[in-house]
Design a protein around this ligand. Structure first.
Ligand SMILES: [Zn+2]
Length: 267
């Protein structure tokens, strides 16, 4: 691909990196990433993917911007209150980088639309704030054979992992899926939400930026994939742990005798 003078200038610091270079930057410009949730994690994720020149960014979120979001959801601004988050996020993306095409989905991902929406993307980054969406995204990515970079956050704690049990990076020894680690959603009320327990805004920035780094590594196939690993951040003790996770042969989705054959379980 031939870069314009403006693109060479814009992406100069990427092009200098041997792991990216001109070819990697061209690859980013051809890549399509779906971001689930334009909230605390989605905000830094969307902003860094846009700045990096990821060619197409899909944003799915059915919510409106609320004043209480602005403590951490830095893709939205005070003037955006009451506007759809997808509108405000799309505006921020284009303000940073007009090279990027944005696809807005002002809806919730559900069992009937997930496969069709995900099909248009190379990779899915999940920054959603609830277990039902996280399990749905995992199952849909497995059936669609798309890599998934998933993050979650609460209080001062964050978790990050990449799942590609069916996307072909390692056909003979596929890694785990989200269900191999967390079999099914916890009973309602057992794990509090950020709205119930709080979350430090800057922790969202750290986890979402880390998630953007992992997305870019997957798109460029550089470095060590988090496929098969689980990163746990403890903001209060400033500790990060990387835990190995294995595929569970009894996983109801990607195991040897799967009981989940399609997304109807989510209907
Ligand atoms: Zn599994």
């Amino acid at each position: 691909m031939n870069f314009t003078e403006e693109q060479i200038n814009r992406y100069a610091r990427h092009i200098l990196l041997p792991e990216v270079g001109g070819n990697g930057q061209a690859q980013l410009l051809k890549s399509k990433v779906l971001v689930v949730g334009a909230g605390g994690l989605g905000s830094p994720l969307i902003l860094y993917l846009a700045a990096a020149g990821v060619g197409k960014i899909g944003v799915i979120d059915d919510d409106l911007v609320d004043l209480s979001n602005l403590q951490r959801q830095i893709v939205h601004h005070t003037g955006d209150i009451s506007r759809p988050k997808v509108e405000s996020a799309a505006e921020s993306i284009l303000a940073i980088n007009p090279d990027v095409k944005v696809e807005k989905f002002m809806k919730r991902l559900n069992a009937s639309n997930a496969m069709q929406i995900i099909a248009g993307y190379d990779l899915v980054a999940d920054g959603s704030d609830n277990f039902s969406t996280r399990f749905l995204v995992n199952d849909a990515c497995y059936f669609a054979k798309k890599p998934l970079v998933s993050a979650a956050i609460l209080r001062f704690d964050a978790q990050l992992a990449t799942y590609r049990p069916s996307s072909g990076i390692n056909e003979s020894d596929p890694g785990p899926c989200y269900r191999c680690v967390f079999r099914e959603p916890p009973p309602p009320g057992q794990v509090p939400s950020c709205a119930e327990a709080g979350v430090l805004g800057a922790m969202c920035g750290m986890a979402g930026s880390f998630q953007a780094t992992e997305v870019i590594k997957e798109l460029l196939n550089v470095g060590e994939s988090l496929d098969g690993s689980f990163l746990v951040f403890d903001g209060l003790s400033a500790e990060i742990r990387k835990i190995k996770v294995n595929r569970d042969p009894d996983c109801p989705l990607c195991g040897e005798r799967p009981s989940i054959k399609d997304l109807s379980i989510h209907e």
